[in-house]
Design a protein around this ligand. Sequence first.
Ligand code: HAM
Length: 441
Amino acid sequence: MALRRYIEETWRRVSLRHGFVEVDGPTFEYLDLYKVKSGDEIVSQLFHFESRGEDKKEFALRPEFTPTLARMIAAKANSLPRPIKWFSIPRCYRSERQQKGRLREFIQWNVDIVGDASINADVEIIALCVDALREFGLTTEDVRVEWNNREMLVKALTEKVTTAERIPAAFRILDKIGKLRPEDREKLYIDEACSEKERMVFEGLHSIVQKGLDVIGTEQAAAAEDFILEFNNYFLEMAKPTAERLKNAGLGKYSRAQMMIVRGLAYYTGLVFEVFDKSGASRAIAGGGRYDKLIEMFGGPSLPAVGFGMGDVVLENILREKGKLPVNLVSAPDVFVVSVLDDPAPAYVTLSELRTSQWNPEHTKISQTGLSAVSSYKTTKNIGKLLQEASASGAKLALILAPAEYDRGIVKLKNLATREEKEIPKDQILAAVRAALQRGP
Ligand code: HAM
């Protein structure tokens, strides 16, 4: 739970500082919501069920949040200030084969901007995604955003390679071939009735990407065949304005245009992107893009939208493999109360006072959060042993209640890191502890 909280709190903190508000929706929806526009792959992965009784409605556990978001916005669009900037951290369910990076139940951070069709929103979404990756300690050494644009890809393919009717097949092929062995790619080309030219282009693009060539630098790609090179350059020319904008936003090293990124979900209309571990081994950490028609499709006004989802499973694997998980995920107490008085009452009272939050009736919320204060359950009166326990707990401070000083109205406050000790009047414990922790009133 500490690890999950760490991931969720990081997502939440980053979302809030970019000005997004948190929302949630129901865990299950009508099955039709996903059938409409998520794409065949997701529909084949649905956990679905029927309600009892007469009407026998069909429902599905949510495999993703975007259809719910589109439905919610379609229903309320006119009463929401625009652009609508929402984030959510839903649990999602997909009936996939369980493997590394893929589980049947996972948590997915969603961030979406609705109501802005400009490239600014595209860049803002990628910048936020990168900000979160950085917040987890991932650098340009570790991860990269690979992006594409479906509109550009359609233009490039229909002008240079194939007909408009072949685009759905081309997308299916491009989405899959990166994961297939040569013989399985050949089988796919046959199943999808590819022409010789289509086959040559798909293979060429595949080899450029597999060799890890930076498709922006055409020099490196010189090994590829002329047509592929020309096609690649043509595409890169179109991609330039977005690449420039990303560079200007400081995201040049974190991102690159990549023609094979199309994404499996059917609703994307423009930008599409995925975040990968640069060592290449695992599945995408995050994926998203622009979906300008989905809200209209759910009966709302015509509202452009862009966003992404990041799952906890792949992220956790990568953070663990790269040694980026915090060493201490479980938070330590602020103060450990060590009492060797005969009477247990002063220690209990002190603990209670330290822990109590201050309620502000005017603002109807807490104005000062209570401290995390603990004490020993041992019966020993050996201060040395108790201080050892205090240090082991990770507490920053020990508050020592010992008979001789206590009778003079004094307690000792010890900084467990520096070993510094000072005497404080017992009626000033709260103020002294808060001051030592640098927690103001
Ligand atoms: P997606 O690519 O299907 O996109 O999922 C996004 C991320 O969720 C993946 O990159 C992965 O980290 C995580 N994920 C997906 N399936 C699983 C699984 N079975 N186990 C663990 N993690 C998983 C979407 O869902 C879009 N709705 C994202 C989006 C939001 N597009 C626009 N706004």
